[in-house]
Design a protein around this ligand. Sequence first.
Ligand SMILES: [Zn+2]
Length: 493
Amino acid sequence: MNQRLMHQHIVQTTGKVVTVKDIHNLRAAMNGKYDVTDVLNEFAASSPDDVRLVVDSDNTVRQILIQTAAMKETFAKFPEVMLLDDTYSINNCGMPLYAFIVEDGYGKDQLVGLFLLSGEGSAQMKTMVELFRNANPTVTETKTIIIDKDFSEISATEAGLPHVDIQLCTFHCIKVVQKKVGSLPLDLSSKTQLNSLYCKLIYAKNDAEFDAISAQIKAISSDFDLEEHLYNAKNRWVQYMKNVTSNLGNTTTNRIESLFAKLKQIVKSKVSLSVCLRQLLQLVQSTHLQSDYRHFCTQTKLTYSHRLGSDVNKYHTTFTRYACDTIARNVKKRKSSELPVTSINDEHVVRNNRTNASYTVCNCLTCSCLYFSSQSLPCKHVFAHVLSHNYHCTVYSTDLVPEHWLLSYQTHAPLPLSEGHHQGATTQLPEVSSKRRCLTTSEQYKSAERCALALADVVSCAGMTLFRCRLCQALCIDSFIAYGWKITFTFLT
Ligand SMILES: [Zn+2]
């Protein structure tokens, strides 16, 4: 726990005078009190398979794998896209921590494996990937793994999981290029241009755009050899090539960075391995509690949106809120875009008149666009096709959305609902235009502020006599509203 928060808690609950140094001394005393065996015995009592040790011939710990039954279950359900990253300085024996994370149907990150390694050599990494693969048979269904630009991690993943598409963290790629550009003998303006062009290169929309930007980079500096560093793995860092495979919209390892930031609040670099292990196990339990709370909320709360039509609202009864929000956005995009559909046999071509691009929708289930392949959710082209071939003009169809997003598919199935409770209420919801929707307090304030400013404009332009009269009237209206009185205006001609 954070030292400052612990100090605050002790002072508030006991009323005793305790200094931060006392807490520091207490922690130091606790640090040497346990060994790894004590911690393992303590946690093994409830779940013996949660922690596995890999020791070498002289009984030295080489690797520690933490994976609870709940983490295994989560990975088995959501194996398609995985994120891997590491962090250092979390114990006094220099063992780095590696975390495996997946994204669940709620769009939230779920921790599915933690490894403490005695080094970061490629042999250690390969053993780690092998251990994870052997402990999780559904890893064969993993399509994508997102990692930073660590070559040991890349080669270990290539060797252990050859079927997986490796994608590099966009943020780390930019950092690598910025470092390389910084070392070139160029003026500041050229360096800024190179960095900006590289960012454009990452988000190039197609081969032609990529080649055009590459030519601009070469024209500025022939020494800036991207091929040496990144070109060989172009499909791992250029966005349009990455999106050919499912990544659920994840382009960076930020989700893991955020977990590590929370972890560093409690785990300090000077703690012993046993204390570090105990704290990691507590972190895992805490993430389980957060996840259970999230599931409880989704089971007991009903989500409706009065801005949506009743057929879009039906999705809320079956799919997670995250998926429904994305579906609603895509239905809205379909309604606001001109997307004519032409059909030849079972192939339906949807044309985007704004970009002149065409996409093929097959059997209402797949689309050739990169959004569909990367997000695993129906895109605006699928909805364009559904509406053009649907006499009932409804966009609701459970067949359009993969089971990944089903409420019943999530790690803890939702509570059974009483008959007619959910579905009945939802189907009757009428669509409310955005002008009539409920506003938040901040939106109400801004709206009233605009009205007051407009009034001030008009009143301040009047002559002094009229100004005093109008001001007096405005103040009267203000008082009436404050007292809650109803105001009726009668216009005198
Ligand atoms: Zn599409």
